[in-house]
Design a protein around this ligand. Structure first.
Ligand SMILES: C[S@@+](CC[C@H](N)C(=O)[O-])C[C@H]1O[C@@H](n2cnc3c(N)ncnc32)[C@H](O)[C@@H]1O
Length: 207
């Protein structure tokens, strides 16, 4: 089953399952962003828009997701909070934006969800301005971690909700313009992490 179809089925239940347990970490990720003012910000894989109540107003926001049913809930949430955001149905692995279009990209619970995380991270790096920041909140295995239960669950979960076998360091290795600014364990013994990356100021042509 394509993730778009399973998330269409999950959409009415999503907030009930995810909102409470992960809200503090989500707020901490957004709280670590120091400067929103007048920035172009992409909420990549916005889902039902659970980030929206935590986001300050003084920026220009775009939100993408592959599942229209999730975007519909995000739209309602934006209206409820009088929050201005352009919502676009798009694949994180092939974003419909120009190179260097955004100052900040948020990727909460999306990098370890998509079939090809390395491709999604490369796309996020592409659409970031040089010097731009990328904030990730997700679950990752550590390099070489055994994790037999998660790897077994992954055989099914990767098709209906999320991958459980993504090693962040392996994913990052495909995006040489990104460097780690901070990497903090937040939940479940460090399975969930808050990671801040920055795109190098030197572009490919200057290398
Ligand atoms: C676990 S939810 C996370 C949603 C939201 N970011 C949050 O923090 O609650 C994963 C989201 O990824 C979306 N998704 C799955 N595959 C995608 C893809 N290839 N491109 C964009 N969105 C995708 C799903 O529709 C779903 O809304």
């Amino acid at each position: 089953m394509a993730l778009k179809h399973s998330y269409t089925l999950l959409a009415p239940l999503y907030d009930f399952i995810v909102a409470g347990p992960l809200d503090k970490a989500r707020a901490n990720s957004i709280g670590s962003i120091t400067d929103f003012a007048d920035k172009d910000i992409l909420i990549n894989g916005i889902g039902s828009g659970l980030d929206i109540p935590h986001l300050p107003r003084d920026a220009r926001y775009t939100g993408t997701d592959i599942t229209p049913a999730m975007l519909k809930i995000a739209q309602k949430r934006a209206q409820k909070h009088a929050f201005s955001i352009e919502l676009i149905c798009a694949d994180s692995q092939q974003l419909p934006f120009d190179d260097g279009q955004f100052d900040i990209v948020l990727m909460h619970l999306i990098l370890a969800v998509v079939p090809q995380p390395a491709l999604a991270l490369q796309e996020a790096a592409r659409i970031l301005k040089p010097g731009g920041s990328l904030y990730i909140f997700d679950k990752f295995l550590k390099p070489g971690e055994f994790a037999p239960v998660r790897k077994a669950i992954n055989l099914l979960s990767r098709h209906i909700a999320t991958r459980m076998d993504v090693v962040f360091e392996e994913t990052l290795a495909h995006s040489p313009t990104l460097k780690i600014i901070s990497d903090e364990p937040v939940l479940a013994n460090g399975w969930f992490r808050l990671i801040k990356l920055e795109k190098s100021l030197i572009t490919k042509d200057e290398n």
